[in-house]
Design a protein around this ligand. Structure first.
Ligand code: PMP
Length: 284
């Protein structure tokens, strides 16, 4: 694999990052994951915009313009022969040369790393036909989940708890209400209505969420942005999650309770189809 480190495209084995990098020592960094379908980037503009916001919220410099980011992403797709897959991008506060809680001066350049993951047939995932099972776990993350930081230990623990329970993911619950999945936004469906938590600092502002809600509105579905409980979710007609890498993924079981008779539902299926069709058209 060819990876990108601070301006250079190098073989994975030759890439070097300092042990003093604040991304490594303090999870002081942000990331984005952009899907690639047929060699093209999905919703790249959305990811660029959120990256700029994450950096700005942490008072970090954005090392590149959107045009430069696009060129680097395209180069990575080309050099790694990615047809379907992902481009991962990470920007950290860089290497101040020592460990210190205070931020370094602004002359310390951010560290920029990109790598790709090849996932042939990404959009035809068999899981989309059978759906995911989710369990619930308490949401004990920090209070700025709107910033896409590389601080992913708790979501990683949630994913492991799900695996150990024979499920596919965990929905996190705070004050009795679902916040989001370990790496995705959560939705329930009641009739023609789609219910999902409103945007705030409590959840990541999913790029896929924005697109899917737009397409749902265009398809005359009703959208209710509000909190919901696990209990309400278990009684819903359908449920699903969205993320840049899973697109729209139906959820068929929540804490052991089957939805729609344990089968993937029509609303999630339709939204997945619309999303993939529209996003493929707009891919760059
Ligand atoms: N919430 C969390 C916690 C996530 O990690 C992600 C994926 N990075 C999402 C939601 C979905 O965001 P997106 O649609 O932009 O991938």
């Amino acid at each position: 694999r060819t990876v990108y480190v601070n301006g250079d495209y190098v073989p994975e084995a030759e890439a070097k990052i300092s042990v003093f990098d604040r991304g490594f020592l303090m999870a002081d960094g942000v990331y984005e994951v952009t899907s690639v379908l047929d060699g093209k980037l999905i919703d790249f503009g959305g990811h660029c915009k959120r990256l700029a916001r994450s950096l700005s919220e942490l008072a970090m410099q954005n090392p590149h313009s959107d045009e430069e980011w696009l060129a680097i992403h395209r180069e990575m797709v080309a050099r790694n022969d990615i047809v379907d897959g992902m481009v991962y991008l990470q920007v950290t506060r860089g290497n101040p040369g020592d460990r210190d809680f205070a931020y370094p001066a602004n002359d310390v350049a951010p560290t920029v790393v990109l790598f790709t993951q090849s996932k042939p047939g990404l959009a035809e995932s068999p899981a989309a036909k059978t759906g995911w099972k989710v369990i619930s776990v308490p949401d004990i993350r920090w209070g700025r989940r709107d910033i896409k930081t590389v601080q992913l230990l708790y979501p990683s623990m949630g994913k492991m708890a799900a695996k150990q329970a024979g499920a596919d993911d965990a929905w996190m619950v705070e004050d009795g209400f679902v916040t989001e999945g370990t790496s995705n936004n959560a939705y329930i469906v009641k009739g023609n209505k789609i219910i999902t938590r409103a945007l705030s600092n409590d959840i990541l502002h999913g790029i896929t969420r924005a697109a899917v809600l737009r397409f749902a509105a265009e398809a005359q579905m009703e959208i209710e942005e509000r909190n919901f409980t696990i209990d309400e979710a278990q009684k819903a007609d359908e449920a699903f999650i969205t993320s840049a890498s899973a697109f729209v993924m139906p959820v068929v079981e929540i804490d052991g309770a089957a939805l729609n008779g344990g089968k993937v539902g029509p609303v999630a299926t339709r939204l997945r189809e619309i999303y993939l069709e529209e996003m493929r058209k707009a891919a760059i």
